[in-house]
Design a protein around this ligand. Sequence first.
Ligand code: B4P
Length: 195
Amino acid sequence: MLIIGPPGSGKGTQAERLSDRLGVAAISTGDIFRANVQGRTPLGVRAKKYMDSGDFVPDSVTNEMVRDRLSAPNVDDGFLLDGYPRTTAQVDYLDNILATREQKLDFVLTLTADDEELISRLLGRAEKANRSDDKEAVIRHRLHLYHEQTEAVVARYSERGILRQVDGIGAIHEVTDRALCAIDSGATVSSLIPR
Ligand code: B4P
């Protein structure tokens, strides 16, 4: 499955919680990039300038990285991708990876929240965590890119009938419950792991 949403909508937060409940690996492209930036790897050096300014890392870099990550053995029984795809070219690339692996997406969760709530959450995070992209001008740019490019990704999955929209406003556990309900109501996932 995928989790798509604007910056600050709770993708990373919910991916971790859903991964526990569903027993599948959560893979966050943002986390992989940040780990590479911190480790000063060649990938991290390439990605840093885009991330700092709130731009997407180029598809050529991101796609290869996702293909590599999906070759790891712990994703054979399913995975939850957080933050990928963000462009329609990434959708096509993911389709290709999945076709090669003879896998298909069960569903795509999209988390919604209005821009002012998102800005306030991310500015709140900026006070606690030191993320180079949580500055107001950069946050606004990331939101602009979401509306400009990633909403088209959401539309593609909606056309396929596998989109589940979840209201991202409310307490974190309430959003998790809504997401689990959305999954359960139309899911082809066989079971949820009891708490
Ligand atoms: P990400 O790491 O995905 O950053 P994000 O969009 O801000 O989401 P994140 O998961 O961190 O935040 P969340 O909403 O959970 O990407 C970072 C950068 O990496 C991108 O800008 C880009 O440069 C690059 N990148 C990543 N994927 C890429 C791709 N596919 N293609 C190209 N480039 C890519 O949480 C935000 C805050 O809200 C937290 O503080 C959290 O505690 C809070 N929060 C969450 N849920 C809440 C709730 N219900 N109520 C109140 N607060 C809540």
